[in-house]
Design a protein around this ligand. Structure first.
Ligand SMILES: Cc1ncc(COP(=O)(O)O)c(C=O)c1O
Length: 345
C-alpha cells in the first residue's frame, strides 16, 4: 500500500493500514501471541524471514502490521516496522545498523534519549560518534568519513528548540545510511523519503498516535533495509504491542494530525523560577512530559526530557532554565491565549 494511488494524504490517513480487517469498519485488535501452522515447512518459512504477521508476536502481529502499513502509506515508503517506543525504534536503527568500528555522524541537538544513547551506549560497543551542528549548511556532509561512516542521524524539527535540518542535503549524502527522526512533523508535515533520506523514524507515542494512550515507535523506508532491521528487532525484542498499534490506527489520530504539529518553544526571562512558575501556573495547559495530544501540554525540558544532560550539554542543546516547550492542542485559541497570559502574569 502506498500513497501514490491518488487522493490527499489527509484522506489516506483516515483508513490507511486497514487491509486485513475482514470487513470490520474499525481497526481490529489481534491479541493472540501465536498462530497455528499446518506443517513444519510452513512454520520454517514463517520463522525464517520478515513479513509474517501470523506466526509469533515478536516476529509480527496483524494489528501491528496494519499500523506499519498505515505509516508506510503516509510516508510514501515501501515498508515500515513498529517498535515498543520511539527509543525502541531509534536504538534498533543505531545498534542494528552499526557495530564495532562504525562511525556515526549525529546532530548535536536532539531528543536527550537519542543523545544519551549515542554518548553513553555507543562507546561501549566501539561505535564512534561525531556530533555536528546540523543546522549549518554542509556540516553533516563534511563530517562523513568515506568508507567509515555507517550512519548519519538527525532530527527535524528537533526537540525542543525546533532546529531545522536540510533534508535535501541529508538525502544527497552517499555511502552511510541517512536517518531522520520526524516525530515533530508527522508524515502530514514532511515526507523525508521524498528528499532521498533512507529511513524515517517516529516516536508514534506523540502526534502520530495522537491521543496519549499509545507507547509506540516506527521506522519506515526501503524493504531491504527494513528487512535487515527486522532481523535485529526480532532479537532486540522491542516489538510494538497490538494494543498500542491499535491506538496508533485510531481515526481520531488521523483527524488530529491535520491540526496538530503545533510545537512552540519559548525562553522566559527569569530562569528557573520563571520557567517553573509558568508551567505550574497554566490552568488549561497541562504540565506533562510529552507532546502531540489533543490537550495543550507544557513541559520544562531542563528538569524533565533533558534532565540527563549536564549544564554544558544543556547549554549546547540550547536549553536554559527558563526554556518552556508548549504542545498546542485542540482547545479554542482565545482560551489558550488567556491561559498563557494569566500564567505569564
Ligand atoms: C523527537 C523524539 N524522538 C524520540 C522520542 C522517544 O520516544 P518514546 O518516548 O516513544 O520512546 C521522543 C520523546 O519525547 C522525542 O521527542
Amino acid at each position: 500500500m502506498n500513497n501514490t494511488s491518488g487522493g490527499h494524504l489527509e484522506t489516506w490517513a483516515v483508513t490507511a493500514g486497514r487491509t486485513d480487517d475482514h470487513n470490520a469498519l474499525a481497526p481490529v485488535l489481534w491479541a493472540s501471541t501465536a498462530y497455528t501452522t499446518d506443517t513444519v515447512d510452513q512454520g520454517r518459512q514463517l520463522a525464517a524471514g520478515p513479513g509474517a504477521a501470523r506466526f509469533y508476536s515478536r516476529y509480527g502481529n496483524p494489528t501491528v502490521r496494519n499500523f506499519e502499513e498505515a505509516v508506510a502509506a503516509l510516508e510514501g515508503a515501501p515498508t515500515a516496522r513498529a517498535f515498543a517506543s520511539g527509543m525502541g525504534a531509534i536504538s534498533a536503527v543505531v545498534l542494528g545498523l552499526c557495530g564495532k568500528g562504525s562511525h556515526i555522524v549525529a546532530q548535536n541537538r536532539m531528543y536527550a534519549g537519542t543523545t544519551l544513547l549515542l554518548q553513553t551506549v555507543c562507546p561501549r560497543f566501539g561505535i564512534d560518534v561525531t556530533f555536528v551542528d546540523a543546522t549549518v549548511p554542509g556540516a553533516l556532509t563534511a563530517a562523513v568519513r568515506p568508507g567509515e561512516t555507517t550512519l548519519v542521524l538527525t532530527e527535524t524539527p528537533a526537540n525542543p528548540r525546533l532546529d531545522i535540518v536540510d533534508l535535501d542535503e541529508l538525502g544527497a549524502i552517499e555511502g552511510p545510511f541517512t536517518v531522520v527522526d520526524s516525530t515533530f512533523a508527522t508524515p502530514l508535515g514532511q515526507q523525508p523519503l521524498t528528499h532521498g533520506v533512507d529511513l524515517v523514524v517516529h516516536s508514534a507515542t506523540k502526534a502520530m498516535a495522537g491521543h496519549n494512550d499509545a507507547t509506540l515507535g516506527v521506522v519506515a523506508g526501503a524493504t531491504d533495509r527494513l528487512d535487515w532491521l527486522w532481523s535485529f528487532a526480532v532479537l532486540q525484542g522491542a516489538n510494538a504491542s497490538p494494543y498500542d498499534a491499535l491506538n496508533g490506527l485510531h481515526e481520531l489520530a488521523a483527524r488530529q494530525m491535520k491540526v496538530t504539529g503545533g510545537l512552540l518553544t519559548i525562553d522566559l526571562h527569569g530562569g528557573l523560577e520563571a520557567g517553573t512558575r509558568f508551567v505550574e501556573g497554566t490552568r488549561l495547559a497541562l504540565l506533562v512530559t510529552s507532546l502531540g495530544g489533543p490537550e495543550t501540554l507544557v513541559t520544562h525540558p531542563a528538569s524533565t526530557t533533558h534532565v540527563g544532560l549536564d549544564p554544558d550539554q544543556l547549554d549546547a542543546a540550547g536549553i536554559g532554565p527558563g526554556t518552556v516547550r508548549i504542545s498546542v492542542g485542540l482547545e479554542h485559541p482565545d482560551d489558550l491565549a488567556a491561559d498563557s497570559l494569566q500564567a505569564l502574569a
